[in-house]
Design a protein around this ligand. Structure first.
Ligand code: SAM
Length: 274
């Protein structure tokens, strides 16, 4: 566990308040990959003021993550969020729950929700915001021994399926998730194609073109670099098929973001790539 992860939510504001604030921006402290974003979410919740996290790709491109979207279901992807919530049923695992916006909405609809996040800060934030069952857990380590039981819906909101980091690791993740999927259950996931080509290589059309490495930075903390995966609809369909899942597209919005349900095929993997 990182130094930051051991801190309480209030400690997350310590660098800003201290005299070394400016220096800390130049010599950031290394923390676990997910903690800069989680610390920003904690600060947003604590102060009511939106925060910005800088994400830098290993190829040099960078972008900002704004925290508002993590607290509302009326944001840029409201349409897909609504379809996703309507699709969830039974016992739901909210994977990478962040500040818990989906978990709260699902619980309000009377569904049983288990929220997991790899960041202890995010999990304590979820609990503080009323998510009844929030656990620190890395989805990449889930298997039949995790003691989670089985779920009717495995929900990955806001492109969280990207934590798989690569096409082959996603295929293996899908294989392992079968052990926590109840009969007839499904995954609900969203993703999009990578918009700015990795290392500027626009000619790369392989499914792996959406495999990137990035790190995030918030105030005096820089997260360890981590792999993230963007997948086009067609490529997700293909990987899902290799793992034995059929895919149904539930919605699409501008700029290529889509929502899909993955359900185990009864006749085994088709190995088709269409
Ligand atoms: C893009 S955010 C989405 C947050 C939330 N689902 C939402 O829609 O507001 C991804 C979340 O996944 C968490 N995360 C990253 N890697 C993870 C992993 N391996 N297992 C579980 N959670 C992870 C991060 O801490 C972060 O909260």
């Amino acid at each position: 566990m990182s130094t930051l992860a051991k801190c309480s939510g209030d400690d997350a504001g310590r660098v800003e308040a201290g005299p070394l604030a400016r220096l800390a921006r130049y010599w950031p402290r290394r923390v676990a990959a997910a903690d800069p974003l989680a610390a920003a979410l904690v600060d947003h919740h604590r102060t009511g003021r939106p925060r910005r996290v800088v994400a830098t790709r290993a190829d040099g491109a960078s972008f900002e993550i704004e925290t508002e979207e993590y607290f509302t279901l009326e944001g840029r992807l409201a349409e897909l969020d609504q379809i996703a919530l309507d699709r969830c049923r039974g016992r739901v695992l909210d994977v990478g729950a962040g500040a818990g916006r989906h978990a709260r909405a699902l619980a309000a609809r009377g569904l049983e929700v288990v929220a997991i996040d790899v960041s202890p800060l995010a999990v304590s934030l979820c609990r503080g915001r009323g998510v009844g069952d929030a656990r620190i857990l890395d989805v990449m380590e889930i298997d039949s021994e995790s003691g989670l039981g089985q779920f009717d819906t495995l929900f990955f909101g806001m492109q969280t399926i990207g934590v798989a980091g690569g096409v082959e690791t996603l295929r293996r993740l899908l294989e392992r998730l079968k052990s926590v999927l109840a009969p007839g259950g499904e995954l609900v996931v969203d993703s999009s194609e990578l918009r700015e080509a990795w290392q500027g290589d626009e000619a790369d059309t392989r499914p792996t073109r959406g495999e990137i490495v990035l790190s995030t930075r918030y105030r005096g903390w820089r997260g360890e670099p981590f792999a993230w995966l963007y997948l086009s609809e067609q490529d997700l369909r293909s990987v899902a098929s290799e793992a034995g899942f059929g895919m149904e597209t539930l919605g699409r919005v501008e700029r290529g973001e889509y929502l899909a349900a993955l359900r185990l095929e009864t006749c085994g993997p088709s190995r088709s790539h269409g």
